[in-house]
Design a protein. Structure first.
Length: 139
């Protein structure tokens, strides 16, 4: 039997953090039963893990993968004219890369959800992946 895996994309939330004796962040996991958790914190780790290991059973997406992104999203009035530096990639960038990976490798999307505290970013990621899942046919 193949081991189920969850790829946890988040720069801040530790999926193994215990609260009252349970890994409380894993309530967001789309994977059920027993599985291994692999924590990646940025775009480079995310794409590298999938490139090396293939698709996991499921992925949990955060959107803001740096303090800069979180500050920009939490204080838009202060940062309205500030663009993310090109090296700053978001969870949405990871989701777009995942879509391209699935197309290029003729794969179905893994299970997915988002634990992001950024409601607009979370909705954008989930909408992109849900729409792709409806339209993508593996041959």
């Amino acid at each position: 039997m193949e081991t189920k895996t969850l790829l946890w994309l988040d720069d801040y939330r530790d999926p193994n953090e215990l609260k009252d004796g349970i890994k409380h962040w894993l309530v967001f996991s789309p994977v059920r039963g027993t599985y291994e958790v692999h924590w990646v914190k940025d775009y480079k780790e995310f794409t590298g893990w999938i490139t090396k290991n293939g698709l996991p059973t499921g992925i949990c997406f955060d959107h803001d993968l740096s303090d800069f992104q979180a500050f920009k999203n939490n204080y838009p009035e202060l940062m309205s004219d500030v663009e993310l530096p090109p090296e700053e990639k978001t969870g949405m960038d990871c989701a777009k890369w995942l879509v391209d990976y699935c197309i290029d490798n003729n794969q179905e999307l893994p299970l997915f959800t988002s634990q992001s505290g950024n409601p607009v970013g979370r909705e954008n990621i989930l909408t992109l992946l849900t729409q792709f899942e409806k339209q993508h046919v593996v041959k």
